[in-house]
Ligand binder design. Structure first.
Ligand SMILES: *[C@@H]1O[C@H](CO)[C@@H](O)[C@H](O)[C@H]1NC(C)=O
Ligand SMILES: *[C@@H]1O[C@H](CO)[C@@H](O)[C@H](O)[C@H]1NC(C)=O
Ligand SMILES: *[C@@H]1O[C@H](CO)[C@@H](O)[C@H](O)[C@H]1NC(C)=O
Ligand SMILES: *[C@@H]1O[C@H](CO)[C@@H](O)[C@H](O)[C@H]1NC(C)=O
Ligand SMILES: *[C@@H]1O[C@H](CO)[C@@H](O)[C@H](O)[C@H]1NC(C)=O
Ligand SMILES: *[C@@H]1O[C@H](CO)[C@@H](O)[C@H](O)[C@H]1NC(C)=O
Ligand SMILES: *[C@@H]1O[C@H](CO)[C@@H](O)[C@H](O)[C@H]1NC(C)=O
Ligand SMILES: *[C@@H]1O[C@H](CO)[C@@H](O)[C@H](O)[C@H]1NC(C)=O
Ligand SMILES: *[C@@H]1O[C@H](CO)[C@@H](O)[C@H](O)[C@H]1NC(C)=O
Ligand SMILES: *[C@@H]1O[C@H](CO)[C@@H](O)[C@H](O)[C@H]1NC(C)=O
Ligand SMILES: *[C@@H]1O[C@H](CO)[C@@H](O)[C@H](O)[C@H]1NC(C)=O
Ligand SMILES: *[C@@H]1O[C@H](CO)[C@@H](O)[C@H](O)[C@H]1NC(C)=O
Length: 835
């Protein structure tokens, strides 16, 4: 954060205090993450009062990862660039990522600056930029762009402790970038909700979507640059978007007059924005009753987030200014009286909407304000406006390609080699890694053990990556270092688990036994104690570390550390207080989960799997997706477990087959079974089974049932195809589920269970559909009373021709020891309540 900006903040607060507002209420925002990178530069670059540091390896902490050896080079220009940050660029010849350590999860601005430095052939470059989850730019090139440079701003919720921004050049071309900014956004700047227009209703789930700033206007005021905005935003004047320029007249007051309230902090928009506005043009027109309309060119294929800023800087008294706000032809706010909202004059106020483009002309979005008939004074006002594009189903902000399809994965043979394996093999590899590292660690172990510090291990040692951690700069961008986990002494583990007390046993898996542990500071752990098995070659060493350390995600159970003393093989994971999802579905006494909870859990699990499939540089296939491998934490946040160990080295065909045989029956992809070829779509199939299980609360396989009912996938599909899935769903849900939401859920599960992998959706698509189902459910519950018998709801289904749920004895699916253990536990709970 530049000093200039801080001075600005301090000064403006002082002024505010001086005019009598509450100075104490605003804590100024300090971004936890604040990376300003001048790509390809060899020195610091100052632009708009901010200092951009070079990304070059020699001088700073930036590193890259690329698929091939020669990944990038640098060019500079000395005079012609419009701004200092455009004097250098980094050119990528192969897919290359910048990775940023994220200190605080949540929304971040990602700002990208592009300028095709003249005489460098860059205007033929074709640029594709993706993050782990979203496509930001796809095949952009300067041929069909009239501007001399391109500036893009995105706001993306980063939900892990790192963010990779990947540049993908097109075939036989290059990609480039001049500057990158990654800056934390205040948590409450963009909430999860907005008001949706046509159809009107609440819109939830914004936090999961990516936003791209398309327009940000300071109505009736000058250009405000990053320098004058605490969040580094740029606000431009609105005049060129006015439909009829004489319809508006600008007004302004001294910015120090603006009185921020507890609802609207200065971070929402700087006081320069609220201190100017457009109001209705002079009444020198025939009909005083008209709208001020702004017209914006937009891509018709997207939805938009629209935030309107108001501040009554024109009225002399309260309740005199009453007007209407329209977005396209929809009335967004009718008879808006700012006095009622803000309570005082000069107090900022804003509202958020989600809308599509205009029905009349889909290539534009219009925003209008006009007088309300109930007002004494004929006037209307607008101070600021932001329009942001919302990512689509493909999780893209441009086109329909998903990240998955754009990141060219390594050739098939490699992929297969990397993915398949068994838990045992994985553990073997781990054992070996740990043993090898033991020697290294032992020397430093004092330090490591005491401060509970983390042991950084080099990553990507086999690809061409160089790393350098910055010790001076507060920025720390690093791809090349990562945490493998904390080292635990065997003594610590013994204490934590009370000497492996059997009453603390959480489960038994193929790998070994899992105990609950508690550290001295009260942190709970899940401690997995394995038996050392056959070792794997050193070749797998790095690959294994690489994968384990990359797998960090809110919806994956994370590895906290390990212990390898006394030839022990102990892995320490985060503890999941609510245990496996299955135990909340059937076979126990837990209260039934609500439909919303179920959707949220499925979304969480889908998110975790989506990350496995697309988040890491190499796609990872879980191979054993099932309700016992989806764990719930104390807040019922779902996390996928038992990943990462499912991959192994090259001696593969056998492992492959045996894995197949070992996989959990009932969840097994029939295509995988036939062709023995594992793909992400196998996980999708298993996930489809999970969805059906969640809906019907019965095991995936239940051999005691009549033949046609044994396999949930087949059974549920016959009902889904008839559109009567509600007939076999959990009786606890009957009458409490929004029909549209259920329908969406059923369709999604059906697609997952498609016979052929190619017909199944990606996890990204599933995620989107489930979120949509959740949104439908939330919208309906927001609109209807709880006990309402409206047609939105499925009426009570009387019946039960089927009583399959009575017989939840069979935990026969899968031959995992883990399942056997679970069934042992569950079999004590015969005929649980409600089934
Ligand atoms: C400042 O805030 C406090 C507590 O929120 C409130 O009691 C007080 O009236 C405010 N002062 C002014 C001048 O608004
Ligand atoms: C570049 O900027 C960083 C951070 O502002 C600062 O720590 C560093 O000393 C600067 N380097 C030079 C060469 O000015
Ligand atoms: C600056 O640009 C001019 C013309 O483009 C070139 O001749 C000169 O060598 C450049 N100087 C440096 C230091 O790059
Ligand atoms: C410029 O780009 C074209 C096509 O992309 C390529 O054939 C040519 O070699 C490039 N020229 C230079 C000087 O890089
Ligand atoms: C680019 O600008 C030229 C004239 O300046 C104009 O004729 C052309 O339509 C513009 N192209 C695009 C894609 O905007
Ligand atoms: C790149 O080239 C390969 C092989 O020539 C081709 O299959 C692929 O479609 C091309 N990709 C693009 C984006 O043009
Ligand atoms: C980011 O996403 C997480 C998980 O989806 C959510 O809990 C959080 O509130 C989001 N943050 C913001 C600022 O939207
Ligand atoms: C406000 O209106 C006046 C008169 O029309 C004009 O000269 C001035 O440029 C406008 N200011 C802005 C910021 O648009
Ligand atoms: C923006 O900041 C600069 C420098 O701090 C100042 O000179 C200028 O007046 C500011 N502009 C606006 C519109 O606030
Ligand atoms: C309307 O706005 C355009 C662009 O800002 C300007 O060129 C034109 O002179 C304006 N017309 C009137 C009547 O003010
Ligand atoms: C919108 O999508 C359609 C196909 O889905 C495509 O043909 C069209 O070009 C897209 N429009 C824009 C502006 O990208
Ligand atoms: C203002 O625009 C809205 C939406 O297009 C329209 O319904 C309304 O009639 C307009 N009002 C006036 C006074 O033209």
């Amino acid at each position: 954060m530049s000093i200039v900006k801080w001075v600005f903040v301090v000064v403006s607060l002082f002024i505010l205090g001086f005019v009598g507002t509450n100075t104490t209420t605003y804590a100024t925002f300090t971004p936890a993450d604040n990376y300003l990178i001048a790509c390809g530069s060899s020195q610091n670059v100052t632009f708009l009062g901010q200092t951009y540091t070079p990304d070059s390896l020699q001088s700073s902490s930036v590193s890259f990862k690329s698929q091939e050896n020669e990944n990038s080079f640098v060019i500079t220009s000395n005079s012609t660039a419009p701004f200092p940050i455009y004097q250098s660029a980094r050119i990528f010849t192969t897919t290359t990522s910048y990775k940023f350590d994220i200190k605080q999860e949540g929304r971040h601005f990602i700002r990208l600056h592009f300028y095709p430095i003249p005489n460098q052939n860059l205007s033929s470059a074709s640029i594709t930029v993706v993050t782990e989850d979203f496509v930001l730019l796809h095949n952009f090139n300067f041929h069909d762009y009239n501007g001399t440079y391109l500036f893009k701003e995105y706001a993306i919720n980063v939900t892990s402790n790192s963010l990779a921004i990947t540049f993908i050049p097109a075939n036989n071309s290059v990609a480039f970038v001049n500057a990158i900014e990654v800056v934390s956004v205040p948590e409450n700047l963009i909430s999860d909700q907005a008001v949706s227009l046509s159809p009107s209703g609440p819109f939830n789930g914004l936090s999961e979507l990516a936003l791209e700033t398309i327009y940000r206007l300071n109505m009736g005021g000058p250009l405000i640059t990053a320098q004058n905005d605490t969040l580094g935003r740029t606000w431009e004047n609105d005049v060129k978007y006015l439909h009829v320029n004489s319809s508006a007249v600008n007004v302004s007051v001294d910015p120090s007059n603006i009185k921020y309230s507890t609802e609207v902090a200065p971070e929402i928009a700087p006081n320069y924005v609220y201190a100017t506005a457009q109001t209705m043009g002079d009444a020198n027109v025939a009909n005083v009753n008209f709208n001020i309309t702004w017209v914006f060119l937009v891509d018709p294929n997207f939805s938009y987030f629209v935030r309107i800023h108001f501040c009554d800087i024109v009225s002399k008294s309260l309740n005199s200014l009453i007007f209407n706000l329209y977005i396209n032809t929809d009335i967004a706010l009718g008879s808006l009286d700012l006095s009622n909202q803000a309570g005082h004059l000069d107090v900022p106020y804003y509202r958020d909407f989600v809308c599509k483009t205009s029905v009349d002309d889909p290539s534009v979005l219009t925003v209008s304000v006009g007088p309300d008939t109930s007002a004494d004074v004929i006037n209307a006002i607008m101070n600021g406006l932001e329009i942001m594009k919302i990512s689509n189903e493909a999780r893209s902000l441009t086109g329909l390609s998903s990240v998955e399809s754009l990141l060219v994965l390594p050739p098939k043979k490699n992929k297969a080699r990397i993915i398949i394996g068994s838990v045992v093999a994985g553990v073997g590899v781990l054992a070996f890694i740990i043993l090898c590292y033991c020697c290294l660690v032992a020397r430093k172990s004092k330090a490591v053990h005491q401060g509970s510090s983390w042991l950084p291990l080099p990553l990507y040692g086999n690809s061409l990556t160089v790393s350098k951690m910055s010790t001076t700069s507060q920025s720390c961008i690093s791809l090349a270092t990562s945490n493998f986990g904390r080292f635990f002494t065997f003594q610590e583990i013994m204490e934590a688990t009370n000497k492996f007390d059997e009453t603390l046993l959480l489960g038994v898996g193929g790998f070994g036994r899992v105990y609950k542990g508690t550290l001295e500071d009260g942190t709970n752990l899940a401690v997995k104690r394995g038996n050392p098995r056959s070792e794997q070659g050193q070749a797998e060493f790095r690959t294994e570390i690489e994968m384990l350390s990359k797998l960090r995600h809110r919806h994956l159970v994370s590895l906290i550390g390990y212990c390898d003393e006394r030839s022990e093989m102990i892995l320490v994971y985060e503890y999941m207080a609510n245990g496996p999802l299955r135990s909340h579905l059937y076979g126990t006494d837990f209260p039934p989960l609500s439909w919303k909870q179920r959707l949220e859990i499925c979304i969480g699990a889908a998110r975790g799997l989506h990350y496995l499939h697309t988040g890491a540089a190499q796609s990872i296939i879980h191979r054993d997706v099932k309700t016992t491998n989806i764990l719930l934490d104390e807040n019922f946040v779902a996390k996928v477990a038992d990943f990462g160990l499912s991959k192994a080295g090259p001696a593969l065909d056998q492992t492959h087959v045996s894995t197949a045989v070992k996989g959990s029956f009932g969840y097994l992809d029939p295509e995988y079974f036939r062709r023995q070829q594992l793909t992400e779509k196998s996980d999708v199939y298993s996930f489809g089974v999970v969805l059906m299980e969640v809906l019907c609360t019965r095991p995936a396989l239940n051999p005691v049932l009549p033949r046609e009912q044994v396999n949930i996938a087949e059974w549920a599909m016959t009902w889904q195809k008839k559109g009567m899935l509600d007939q076999i769903m959990d009786k606890n849900l009957v009458g409490k589920v929004n029909f549209a939401s259920l329908k969406k859920f059923g369709e999604t599960a059906e697609k997952c269970l498609a016979e052929y992998g190619v017909d199944r959706p990606s996890m990204g698509d599933i995620l989107w559909n489930l979120e949509y189902a959740l949104q439908l459910e939330e919208t309906s519950s927001a609109l209807t009373e709880p006990d309402d018998n409206s047609t939105n709801h499925i009426r009570g289904i009387e019946l039960g021709p089927l009583e399959p749920f009575e017989n939840s004895v069979s935990m026969i699916e899968g031959d995992d020891a883990e399942d056997a253990a679970n069934s042992a536990v569950f079999s004590q709970l015969v005929n649980p309540r409600g089934r």
